[in-house]
Design a protein around this ligand. Structure first.
Ligand SMILES: Nc1ncnc2c1ncn2[C@@H]1O[C@H](COP(=O)(O)OP(=O)(O)O)[C@@H](O)[C@H]1O
Ligand SMILES: [Mg+2]
Length: 356
C-alpha cells in the first residue's frame, strides 16, 4: 500500500503542517505502508521529500519545504503523479493531505484528487470548503437546527459599496464582538473588539486575510470545549472532550496562545457534568453530519455556565501532532497515534472517490 503524504502548502500554516508530517512519518506503520512524502512549497511547487528528520522545529527555526525533485500532478486518472517526467509515483493508492488552511483544507486539493480518482484521507470537496468558510459553516449549522451565536457576514462587495449598512448590522450585536476573516485559521486576522470606535480598523485588518468577513457576538464567560470525531468502520464516533484554558494575559485563544509556549492549557479529559458532556458529543456528531464531513474533524464549542452549548466551528484537518488536541482526545479514548493514522487511511480506502 503506497501512501503519499502531502504537506506544507501555500497557507500561513505551512510550517505547522511540516511539523505534523514529520510526526506522521515517524509514527506510520512501515510494515503496512510505503510512504512517499511530498512537500508543497509556499509558492505551490510540489517536491519529493525524504525522511522526517528535517520536519521539526529545531532551535526555534520553523521547518519549510524548499528543495527536492519536482513532482508533477495531473488530474488524469491512472497515472496522475510523476516525478521529473518519469513515472515512479504512479502507483499511489491513497493520499494523506496533511494541509491546513486555504489551498489544502478548503476543498481545492480534494477536488484535484477527485479528478484524478485517488482516494484521500478526510472530508471531500463540499465539507472541506464549507468548513473553511465560517459564513457557510454557520448557515449549515443553523439549517440543521444546531445552536449558533449571533453573527453578521460582510461580503467584499457590501464593504466596498455599502459600508454603512454593514456597520449598522454589526452595531446591533452586543460588545465585545469577534471580527474574523471568513476563511482563515489559527486565529490569524481575528480581533476582539470592545469599543465601537475600533470596529472599522478590525474589519480592515480581517480583510487583509480574506475580503469576506464575519463578525460574531462574543460569548461571555464560556468554557472552550473540543470534541474529536473519527470515522471507524464507516461510523462516526465522538471522543472524550478536551478543554482549552487560556492564560490570563491573553483575552482569547489567539495565535500566540495557540503556538507559543505556555499560552494555554489543554485539559484532557475536560471536567463536565455527564449530561453536558453527552450533549456536546451528540452535537459534535450532528455538526459533522450537517457538513457531510468524512474521516475526521474536530468540533469546537462554547459551553455556558448553565450547561448551554454553542457550536463555534468544525476543523476538517485539525492540528495533528501527537500533542495536538485531536490525537490527545483519541489517545484518551483508547486510540493511540499510530492506530489513528491507520484508521484514517483505512477509511479513505473504504470510501474511495466519486459521488458517495
Ligand atoms: N464568538 C466568540 N465568543 C467568544 N470567544 C470567541 C468567539 N469567537 C472566537 N472566540 C475566541 O477566538 C478563538 C479563535 O476563533 P475561531 O473562530 O475558533 O477561529 P480559528 O478558525 O482561527 O480557530 C476561539 O478559540 C476563542 O478563544
Ligand atoms: Mg478555532
Amino acid at each position: 500500500m503506497n501512501v503519499a503524504l502531502v504537506f506544507g502548502g501555500r497557507s500561513s500554516e505551512h510550517a505547522i503542517s511540516c511539523v505534523t508530517a514529520g510526526n506522521v512519518l515517524a509514527a506510520i506503520d512501515r510494515t503496512k505502508y510505503d510512504v512517499t512524502p511530498i512537500g508543497i512549497t509556499t509558492s505551490g511547487r510540489w517536491l519529493l521529500q525524504q525522511g522526517h528528520e528535517r520536519l521539526a522545529i529545531t532551535d526555534g527555526v520553523l521547518p519549510e519545504v524548499t528543495s527536492g525533485d519536482e513532482v508533477l500532478f495531473t488530474s488524469v486518472p491512472g497515472a496522475p503523479v510523476q516525478a521529473d517526467g518519469r513515472d515512479p509515483l504512479a502507483d499511489i493508492d491513497v493520499v494523506f493531505p496533511l494541509l491546513h488552511g486555504p489551498w489544502g483544507e478548503d476543498g481545492t486539493i480534494q477536488g484535484l484528487l477527485e479528478l484524478a480518482s485517488i482516494p484521500y484521507v478526510g472530508s471531500g470537496v463540499y465539507a472541506s470548503a464549507a468548513s473553511m468558510d465560517k459564513v457557510h459553516m454557520k448557515a449549515a449549522f443553523r439549517a440543521a437546527g444546531l445552536p449558533v451565536g449571533p453573527y453578521v457576514a460582510i461580503s467584499d462587495r457590501e464593504w466596498r459599496t455599502d459600508r454603512a449598512a454593514a456597520l449598522a448590522r454589526v452595531r446591533a450585536l452586543t460588545l465585545p464582538v469577534f471580527v474574523k476573516p471568513a476563511r482563515a485559521g489559527s486565529s490569524i486576522g481575528i480581533t476582539r473588539v470592545t469599543d465601537p470606535a475600533d470596529l472599522e480598523a478590525a474589519i480592515e485588518f480581517a480583510r487583509q486575510h480574506d475580503p469576506k468577513v464575519v463578525v460574531e457576538q462574543g460569548i461571555a464567560d464560556a468554557r472552550e470545549i473540543e470534541c474529536a470525531v473519527l470515522v471507524r468502520d464507516g461510523i462516526p464516533a465522538a471522543s472524550v472532550l478536551g478543554e482549552i484554558r487560556v492564560h490570563g494575559e491573553h483575552t482569547f485563544y489567539d495565535f500566540e496562545a495557540k503556538y507559543l509556549d505556555d499560552g494555554a492549557d489543554l485539559i484532557v479529559p475536560a471536567e463536565l457534568p455527564t449530561a453536558v458532556a453527552d450533549r456536546v458529543r451528540a452535537t459534535a456528531l450532528k455538526a459533522f453530519a450537517a457538513l457531510d464531513c468524512e474521516g475526521l474533524a474536530r468540533v469546537d464549542f462554547f459551553v455556558l455556565h448553565d450547561g448551554g452549548v454553542i457550536v463555534n466551528e468544525v476543523n476538517t484537518m485539525p492540528g495533528f501532532t501527537p500533542i495536538s488536541m485531536f490525537p490527545r482526545l483519541w489517545a484518551a479514548s483508547g486510540v493511540p497515534y499510530p492506530e489513528l493514522i491507520d484508521t484514517l487511511i483505512t477509511d479513505a480506502l473504504r470510501r474511495g472517490t466519486g459521488l458517495r
